[in-house]
Design a protein around this ligand. Structure first.
Ligand SMILES: [Ca+2]
Length: 246
């Protein structure tokens, strides 16, 4: 796994003091000793317990399996744990295809080549047999294209811009840990004489990758099936997977 960062701008362990008249909620993590397994940039562990949750003072780690700890220095009954992620780390913008890693066939090395799937759409919303989309050469059920994107993300959505005989995509896969993982598939390909953005609900949403593979079955259409562009959406941040108390 690469380019994984977790950030914690503030950690609040809330200790509830209760007496006859009032309940007081106290953050017991402030300025306590914090450590983490690794550090990205200047994001040292103490920045998660400095009491500041805005202004970019965040603890930040760089590895996929990083952990962070705070020593409270005493025993407390903890009522609640609040973790504030870095506020300005929005998911990356949706990404268009940066390059083609491989493909089964292409109609020609010029018009309808595999390269025609790179970048934003330049056929859609038009429908037709138009040279700026990729078309496989063979009209069988074994056609595929492997697409590379600039940034690895947890892929949450794949938009396929189909511009000629839509409905031929039979599987969407992502490359993770040395193998292709199926995000979506169907046994029922279609032949629709429309241009559309096809975004099926994904069956797997925790695949961290920058490589997507589309598999096509052209036998139902029995003619050329053309794809103009592909866009992926996802986040590059991990979330806290596990929390322990000692
Ligand atoms: Ca195109």
């Amino acid at each position: 796994m690469e380019n994984v960062h977790t950030t914690r701008c503030g950690l609040f362990l809330l200790f509830v003091l209760q007496d006859t008249f009032a309940i007081e909620v106290v953050n017991i993590s402030i300025n306590k000793t914090a450590i983490q397994t690794d550090t990205s940039g200047n994001g040292t562990a103490d920045l998660a317990v400095d009491g500041v949750i805005s202004g970019g003072t965040c603890a930040q780690t760089s590895s996929a399996l990083a952990s962070w700890e705070v020593d409270l220095g005493d025993f407390y009954v903890i009522d609640n744990v609040l973790v504030h992620p870095k506020p300005d780390e929005a998911p990356p913008a949706a990404q268009w295809v940066q390059s083609v890693g491989g493909f089964s066939s292409e109609y020609s090395s010029a018009g309808w080549s595999a390269q025609k799937i790179v970048g934003p759409p330049n056929v859609y919303p038009l429908y037709g047999d138009i040279v700026e989309s990729w078309s496989p050469y063979y009209k069988d059920s074994n056609q595929f294209i492997e697409l590379e994107f600039a940034t690895s993300v947890y892929v949450g959505q794949v938009d396929i811009y189909e511009t000629f005989h839509a409905g031929g995509v039979k599987a969407i896969k992502c490359y993770q840990a040395g193998q292709w993982v199926t995000l979506w598939s169907t046994a029922l390909v279609e032949d629709l004489s429309i241009a559309r953005i096809f975004s099926p609900p994904l069956q797997v949403t925790d695949c961290f990758t920058n490589m997507i593979r589309l598999e096509l079955d052209l036998t139902v259409a029995n003619t050329f099936v053309e794809i103009d562009a592909v866009q992926i959406h996802g986040v590059s941040q991990t979330s806290i997977a596990h929390m322990e108390q000692y």
